[in-house]
Write a protein that binds this ligand. Structure first.
Ligand SMILES: NC(=[NH2+])NCCC[C@H](N)C(=O)O
Ligand SMILES: [Mn+2]
Ligand SMILES: [Mn+2]
Length: 346
């Protein structure tokens, strides 16, 4: 039902102002956290991405960049596994903190960039975003679907389960995990699109099919081409109405030859140009509101060059999401030069 009266008007004004998505300023938020999986080192991702020149790169853009530094996550003693899931209380606490921080950054009007850390953090960043912008849609770029429940997960790792915490349709398949009482499912399966999948567990495959989730595997990208994949993605998510986009970008979506320093690499990933095409097209919608860049693990690079390559790819992906263009011209003005109809490119 349409909202009427003063409350409805107030709410609509609130949503269109805080969730207006054209970039006016950028907030960068580091989340040095690794307990959603078992390999240490991914908590150093934010530093590696900053060391690769993120803030300098963004300072070329013509809007202000606020670096809010890194959140600090305390160590929890006695965080026993629950249903084979390691560190549930630590992940629950960290994602809750991150949710607050992202929610505040979005409310302050910033286009927000979250630097991980492992992908369990997306539970917090997407939830915090959705608190301000309940009609957001989610584009998940990843080799993995991260939609296991604690009962289907082969590893127990929460970074492979993030999406299951978000989806309303999975509510009755989710056992109550210690540390997660703060989060209620908030996203519908139709508001999510995956790009880049190539390592999907059997239980995940069943969920994707049962819920009719729109997804593009690497095989689909080979068949359709990345340009068509993005057209169908926006058609699926935005054809009814314009709404804020949350981009959750796992660096392992990229081919391991380009992004070797990550915990769960899978061969046959996105090329550099496919990765950049995805982010340019998302920028061109004018609707990007929050993005995550996760799973850069500087400890896992075979050499300093491998780490540097992975981190500077992360910088390129972020810069391109925020308007860095291959076409020349003033950076970050592309979207103001386009009229609304052209922006959606449907
Ligand atoms: N965010 C990631 N890198 N996730 C990898 C998940 C791997 C596997 N599907 C699991 O559940 O454990
Ligand atoms: Mn992944
Ligand atoms: Mn992931």
């Amino acid at each position: 039902m349409a909202l009427r009266g003063t409350l409805g008007r107030l709410l609509r004004t609130h949503l269109t102002t805080t969730c207006q998505t054209r970039t006016r300023s950028v907030a960068v938020l580091g989340a040095p956290f690794s307990k959603g999986q078992k390999r240490r080192g991914v908590e150093r991702g934010p530093k590696a991405i900053r060391d690769a020149g993120l803030i300098e790169r963004l300072s070329n853009f013509d809007y202000p960049v606020h670096d809010f530094g890194d959140l600090s996550f305390q160590n929890l003693e006695n965080d026993e596994p629950y249903l084979q899931v390691p560190s549930p209380r630590s992940v629950g606490r960290a994602t809750n903190m991150l949710s607050e921080a992202v929610s505040n950054a979005v409310a302050a009007g910033h286009t927000t960039v979250m630097l991980g850390g492992d992908h369990s953090l997306a539970i917090g960043s997407v939830e915090g975003h959705a608190r301000q912008c309940p009609d957001l849609c989610l584009i998940w770029v990843d080799a993995h679907a991260d939609i296991n429940t604690p009962l289907t997960s082969p590893s127990g790792n929460l970074h492979g389960q993030s999406v299951a915490f978000m989806l309303k349709e999975l509510q009755n398949k989710m056992p109550e995990l210690p540390g997660f009482s703060w989060v209620q499912p908030f996203l519908s399966a139709k508001d999510l699109v995956y790009i880049g999948l190539r390592d999907v567990d059997p239980g995940e495959y069943d969920i994707l099919k049962d819920l009719g989730i729109q997804y593009f595997t690497m095989r689909d990208i080979d068949r359709l081409g990345i340009q068509r994949v993005m057209e169908v993605t926006f058609d699926h998510l935005l054809s009814r109405k314009q709404r804020p986009i949350h981009l959750s970008f796992d660096i392992d979506a990229m081919d391991p030859s380009l992004a070797p320093a990550t915990g769960t690499p899978v061969n046959g990933g996105l090329t550099y140009r496919e990765g950049i095409w995805i982010t340019e097209e998302i920028h061109n919608t004018g609707l990007l509101s929050v993005m995550d860049l996760v799973e850069v693990n500087p400890v896992l690079g075979a050499s300093p060059e491998a780490v540097e390559m992975t981190a500077s790819l992360a910088v390129d992906v972020i810069a391109s999401s925020l308007g860095q263009s291959r076409e020349g011209g003033p950076i970050a003005q592309t979207q103001t030069l386009k009229d609304d109809t052209e922006q959606l490119r449907l």
